[in-house]
Design a protein around this ligand. Sequence first.
Ligand SMILES: NC(=O)c1ccc[n+]([C@@H]2O[C@H](COP(=O)([O-])OP(=O)(O)OC[C@H]3O[C@@H](n4cnc5c(N)ncnc54)[C@H](O)[C@@H]3O)[C@@H](O)[C@H]2O)c1
Length: 293
Amino acid sequence: MSAEIREVLVVGAGLMGSGIAQVAAQGGFQVTLVDTGEEVLARGLARIEDSLTRLVRSGRLGEVAAADARARIGTTTDLVEAARGADLVIEAIVEDLDAKQALFAKLGDSCRPDVVLATNTSQFQISRIAEPCERPERVIGVHFSNPPPLMTLVEVILGDHTSEAALEVTREFLAACDREIVLCRKDVPGFISNRLSTALCMEAARLVDEGIATPEDVDKVARLMYGHKMGPIATLDLAGLDTALRVSTALSEHYGGDRFTPPPILAQLVEQSRYGNKSGAGFYENGSSQLAV
Ligand SMILES: NC(=O)c1ccc[n+]([C@@H]2O[C@H](COP(=O)([O-])OP(=O)(O)OC[C@H]3O[C@@H](n4cnc5c(N)ncnc54)[C@H](O)[C@@H]3O)[C@@H](O)[C@H]2O)c1
């Protein structure tokens, strides 16, 4: 496995990919951000710019460090060319197994054989994503949470075939990015974090769906009674309701029972294009639940 990582390729410039690219750039790595079109890439870069500005304004990052990080990030729509020069790849595309498998097949063909391929999937088994990939022992789960520049804990997931060497490279990379890790030792859907958060968030959405409580009151209970920083409904708006719907549906199909089943209100909001903060409204009207960064 690559002992030395210089070039990090992040695939997907959405909410997570742009944040992960920023974290890697702040960690001193050269980053290439890939997506399907120039417009999405421009939106990803704008998100990074905005986040860096907020970090500087709040005194958490120096101006020079922010400018250096920004200068380390390049963008392209040419995945194959970018893959050739990568020392580490982090995938953060849409939460769709077919799309991820198609991408990992391509990465397997295009990257050097020693390059670790990490997926930021929210719940798919790492071994399923690695199935079509040349040398699946280099595929590993690296699950950042949203927003990556502020959330310092990363969940690392071992696939059935993930090698010790891939784990070691991943540990070193995340340590250089100043991240803490927890290790999910079995390749189970949802890992540690999303089994916990999906069960809580779907129950919270059910309370709203059944007219038992407002989003504000559900969140108030979590914050003031349980000491959570953010309530589960605000968390859903922040994560994106389309992504949350995909994740909860997949977990529910895998595990059965009711604990992960999304209530109808989630699909209804998605149908109305109310995806949460990223589209301006979700359960809440105007993204007012956003973390004050
Ligand atoms: N949103 C969260 O809170 C959160 C947290 C942890 C993990 N995740 C996971 O991270 C991944 C990304 O989620 P997100 O919220 O950033 O989604 P998003 O919809 O904001 O971004 C996904 C991006 O991937 C791009 N894309 C799709 N197919 C592609 C391909 N084949 N090649 C290149 N780019 C492609 C899209 O154009 C889009 O810009 C998902 O697997 C999601 O489950 C999300």
